[in-house]
Design a protein around this ligand. Structure first.
Ligand code: HEC
Length: 202
């Protein structure tokens, strides 16, 4: 037999499908099945309404393009960035913000590192606190005020994805967010990073 398998489109398609379904079987399925176990062992706490609003600003301003939230379990990284990420840390992260490029420092364990005031000055003009910083300035974040109109829908969506928000938390969400500046919400989010898992140690 003389068949040249490298030229057969059918074999190419079938073998791609086989390889792809094998990856799903090995990588995706076990993680889906392990979810209750992960929830049980997780120290992660759901974000409050104002933190959810801040996280959305973090995403819309593209902070995740320059900052990772992924400390790998390697000594140089844990020395610099603190506790390494565990699989169970991210059960309420939709989508995850691990990032892939480190123009700025990793922010996984940022909460409590600086005061709110430091963050405000740094976001308005990074050069005022770090003279050599190449981070962009975000002064408008402290001028634009949030209406909170979309926060209830966001929290309900998160609940549908598995974040255990109570009726009360969802009902009070709008009040918590309304009238706050985008900068205030963002700082609440930044101050929450890694705080729930910090007690576990390095
Ligand atoms: C163009 C890349 C870039 C973008 C976009 C960016 N940053 Fe940065 N960021 C940096 C660099 C570089 C540093 C280190 C110098 C400094 O502290 O200003 C930094 C530092 C920081 C720090 C201090 C971290 C530490 O541990 O000292 C925080 C907090 C921070 N950025 C938050 C943000 C937030 C929030 C956003 C989005 C609103 C953002 N960054 C967007 C590059 C960026």
């Amino acid at each position: 037999m003389n068949a040249d398998f490298t030229k057969s489109l059918v074999i190419l398609i079938v073998s791609t499908a086989v390889v792809a379904s094998f990856s799903i079987l090995v990588w995706v399925l076990p993680n889906l099945l392990r979810t209750p176990e992960l929830v049980a062992e997780s120290q992660a706490k759901p974000l409050t309404a104002i933190e959810v609003a801040g996280r959305d600003i973090y995403i819309s301003e593209g902070c995740h393009v320059c900052h990772t939230q992924m400390v790998r379990p390697l000594e140089p990284e844990t020395k610099r960035n603190g506790r390494a990420n565990q699989e169970s840390d991210d059960i309420y992260e939709f989508p995850n913000l691990w990032g892939s490029k480190r123009t700025g420092p990793d922010l996984t364990n940022l909460g409590r590192k600086y005061s709110d005031q430091w963050h405000e000055i740094h976001l308005i003009d990074p050069r005022r606190v770090i003279p050599t910083s190449i981070m962009p300035a975000y002064p408008w974040l402290f001028q634009q005020v949030l209406s909170g109109d979309d926060i209830t829908g966001k929290m309900e969506t998160l609940r549908a994805l598995g974040v255990p928000y109570t009726e009360d938390e969802i009902a009070n969400a709008r009040l918590q967010v309304r009238g706050k500046t985008k900068g205030e919400a963002l700082i609440r989010y930044l101050q929450s990073l890694g705080v729930d898992t910090a007690e576990e140690g390095l």
